[in-house]
Ligand binder design. Structure first.
Ligand SMILES: C[S@@+](CC[C@H](N)C(=O)[O-])C[C@H]1O[C@@H](n2cnc3c(N)ncnc32)[C@H](O)[C@@H]1O
Length: 185
């Protein structure tokens, strides 16, 4: 499926960061993608468009859905958005808390991590998935720039900044809210 900026509410939409996720999938050709944090499905749909183009692969999406106390979607609404694009065969939505998943992480080829990220969450993720990264898995995550680190709620709650974390990464697209990549060094 040719890429189009998904018509779904998302902080990624203004600068079309979905295109970077789409291109990442075409480049790495992952058989198994894990996504943490889909909200209404913007990033999921962007990646699934590339799987449709490749005619292979699956995205396992973990989210808290209506158990998340801040801005969230329901599984039903997000599933309907994915269906509107005809991409349901590439996506499985599951209820899962990232903190729980960390206790028994499963392997993957590519991950997109977007759960109101901060430096601490990023360090927890990296600690758990480093063995997979060392075997070639790619981890894309929302954020990674100083601009993103300095948004209101990061400063208000005093969260650790991603730019000050001990996680080695490169910024793929610096346009707000930015997208970054952790890969084997
Ligand atoms: C910023 S939104 C994701 C945006 C989405 N990727 C997009 O393209 O628009 C954050 C999402 O993370 C989910 N979330 C927050 N904490 C979580 C956790 N501990 N485990 C799983 N999902 C979580 C929320 O329910 C919400 O849907």
């Amino acid at each position: 499926m040719k890429y189009q900026n998904p018509d779904i509410e998302s902080s990624y939409a203004e600068h079309d960061l979905g295109k970077d996720l789409y291109e990442a999938v075409l480049k790495h050709k992952p058989k198994k993608i894990i996504e943490f944090g889909c909200l209404y499905g913007y990033s999921t749909i962007a990646m699934a468009m590339a799987l449709e183009e490749l005619r292979q692969g699956k995205i396992i999406v973990y989210d808290l859905f209506d158990k998340y106390q801040y801005k969230h979607s329901t599984k039903k609404v997000t599933q309907e958005n994915i269906n509107k694009y005809g991409l349901q065969k590439y996506v499985e939505l599951k209820d899962m808390d990232f903190e729980k998943w960390l206790k028994n992480p499963e392997p993957f080829d590519m991950m997109h991590f977007d759960i109101s990220n901060n430096g601490e969450k990023l360090e927890h993720l990296y600690g758990a998935v480093k063995p997979f990264i060392d075997q070639g898995a790619m981890v894309y995550f929302e954020g990674g720039t100083k601009e993103r680190d300095n948004i209101d709620w990061m400063n208000k709650y005093g969260f650790k900044k991603m730019t000050e974390s001990n996680v080695p990464y490169e910024v793929v697209n610096a346009k707000f809210p930015s997208l970054s990549l952790i890969k084997k060094i």
